[in-house]
Every structure is written in C-alpha cells, then in structure tokens.
Design a protein around this ligand. Structure first.
Ligand code: PEP
Ligand code: MN
Length: 338
C-alpha cells in the first residue's frame, strides 16, 4: 500500500498515518521527498480499511498495490479508454446516446424506432430480443428473429446495435448476427459463467450494475470479462433498489465520479430503468451528463403507450428529439460534445 501525503503535511499527520498502519499490522517506510512525503506500507492489504487512512488529515491519496481488480483499474491504464464501436467512439469527449425500445416487437416498430433514433442525432440503437421478465407469463422477447430485425433496420442508418445476452447458449446467435454491443443486464451482473464467456469474445460489453451491487462487486464482475481478454467494457449505472417507492430505482449519480476515478473504462447511465417513468428521463439524463457520464442508454418507443414492455418509462420520438437538444446545452457547459 502506498500513502501519498499532501505537500504541506505535518510530522504529526505523518505519524498519525504510521500509527494507523501499525494498528492494521502493516510496516511503514517513510520517504521524505523535496515536494512531499510518500509512505510505503508493505503487508496484507486486506486487513486495511482504506477509508480510515484516507480520512487522516494530510493524506492526499491512498493507493492499493494489490487491488482486487487489476485490468479495469485506473492504475492499470491512466488515461480514459475510448471504445470504438464500428466507428462510434464511446469514452471520449463526445457523449453517446444509445436509444430504442425496451424490447424488439415487430419490423415496423423497429423501423420506426431506428428512424426516430437516427433523426434525433443518436448513433446507436438499443432493443431487447431476449427479455428478462419478472413473470414467466409476461412477453419474453421475440428471440433470434429480433437480432435479425435490429441489424436490418439499423443498417440504413449505419448504427451499431446494443442488445441483451441472458444465456451462454444465445452467444452463437449473437456472433452470427454480428451484434455490435452485448448488454449484460442487472440480473446477470454476477452470472460469472456468462461473464467469462463474453470475456472470450472481443465484442464490446455494456455491464449493467446489479440492482443491489456495490461498486467493488461491479468492478470485480468487469474484471471477470477483462481477465478473459475482452477489455471493451462499458459500465452502465441503472439505479439501485432502496426503500423508496415513488420511483423504480434510485439513480446512483455518486457512482459516476467514483467509477470515473476507479476505472479507465467508459461509464454510461440508463435513466429509464432508474426512474421507471418517462417524465423523469430528461432530468436524470441531464444529471448523468453533468456528473460526467460518457453516454446514456434511453428507452424510446415510436408509440410508448403501445409498448409491449416498460411502456411507462418509454419516451416518444419527439421527447427524444427535445432531450438531445437539452443535453447539447448540458454537454457544452462541461466542455463536451454530443
Ligand atoms: C433493459 O435495459 O432492457 C433491462 C432489462 O435493463 P436492466 O437489466 O437494467 O433491468
Ligand atoms: Mn426495459
């Protein structure tokens, strides 16, 4: 473990750190440089409460040498990773909005969706062909046919497609249909066998946060994918479950700067599954962009009230258009483009 002190750290503050390290059973080697003091602390980092050290006055940064996650960590790769999705760059200065219906229904519905998404200025199309539903009696998605439909309607607009993979047995169909981005849903964030399988491909993966997952668990799930050799991972915050009932989930805006600090990989936000209501989508989207998200995953349906799944939270093509205009202003305010 390495503790970097602020340039003005006093001897008492340095002693407070070494005392704390001793309490945790770690050694300490104090190195007083011209600018600042750095304390090296060899020993078992698992015994250390990093936050307790971070809280000591005069401490600038505490770095774990042996983080449980390695490849996805910011320490592995200092600059932001930009993922090239068939020419669409995610993770750079330009914010990407991925939009489309919750589920793929029919060809006309998907044609209208693709046209509306492209017309609004978005560069990627979403849609679920395989749907994880709470009830086995609810619509389960149109399956492989949905992948074909998505590719077909996205092609004239030159848009990559994003769709959810629920089971390793569907992976071949995803490869055959050249799915551009695989989405791993909240319910599968810790489906480790599934993560290992997508780790063997090089297809970009949107890894949604488990609805009750900690950030560390989420990072560890990403590490599963990365460990297999696939480093094209995009984190997607989609709200966590709490006691509140006025909205579907609580959008954890705090997770955005935390992830941007912990990982070099892109971070996007799904405001639709967070709020669960269409009217909340603009406010949550603006908050996400303002907090540093690299993109959004938004549910839009050509006729929201007729959607077969998540009708309440789908915005209309007109609302998407308006949202893109609002987000342009938010993006410009923080020096980004959309
Ligand atoms: C979805 O994006 O369609 C979806 C099912 O999301 P989540 O896994 O976040 O519930
Ligand atoms: Mn949905």
């Amino acid at each position: 473990m390495i503790i970097i002190m602020t340039p003005k750290a006093t001897d008492e503050q340095i002693n407070a750190v070494t005392d704390k390290l001793k309490q945790f059973g770690l050694d300490n080697h104090v190195s007083r440089g011209v600018e600042r003091t750095v304390i090296g602390a060899p020993g078992d980092e698992n015994k250390v409460d990093k936050e307790a050290l971070q809280a000591i006055a005069g401490v600038e940064r505490v770095i774990r040498v042996t983080q449980p996650y390695k490849i996805v960590a910011r320490t592995y790769h200092d600059s932001d990773t930009v993922i090239d999705i068939n020419g669409v760059k995610l993770g750079g200065n330009q914010i990407q909005v991925i939009a489309g219906p919750c589920s793929v229904e029919t060809l006309p519905q998907m044609e209208a969706s693709a046209a509306a998404v492209a017309a609004a200025g978005c560069r990627m199309l979403r849609g679920g062909a395989f749907k994880p539903r709470t009830s086995p009696y609810s619509f389960q998605g149109v399956g492989v046919e949905g992948l074909e439909m998505m590719k077909q309607v996205a092609k004239p607009h030159n848009m990559p497609i994003v769709t959810e993979l629920m089971d390793v047995r569907q992976l071949d169909a995803f490869m055959e249909n050249k799915v551009d981005v695989i989405q791993i849903g909240t319910r599968n964030m810790q489906n480790f066998d599934l993560l290992k399988e997508v780790g063997r491909t090089h297809i970009p993966v949107i890894l949604k946060r488990g609805m009750s997952a900690t950030i560390k668990e989420w990072l560890m799930s990403a590490e599963y994918i990365a460990a297999g050799g696939n480093h094209n991972i995009i984190f997607c915050e989609r709200g966590v479950r709490t006691f509140e009932t006025y909205y579907r989930n609580v959008l954890d805006v705090t997770a955005i700067p935390v992830l941007k600090r912990e990982t070099h990989l892109p971070v996007i936000v799904d405001p639709s599954h967070a709020g669960g209501k269409a009217w909340m989508v603009p406010a949550l989207s603006r908050a996400a962009v303002a907090a540093g998200a690299d993109g959004l995953l938004v549910e839009m349906h050509p006729t929201p009230c007729e959607a077969w799944c998540d009708a309440d939270q789908a915005i209309s093509p007109e609302e998407l258009n308006k949202l893109m205009g609002e987000l342009k202003i938010t993006a410009e305010a923080i020096g980004r483009t959309i």
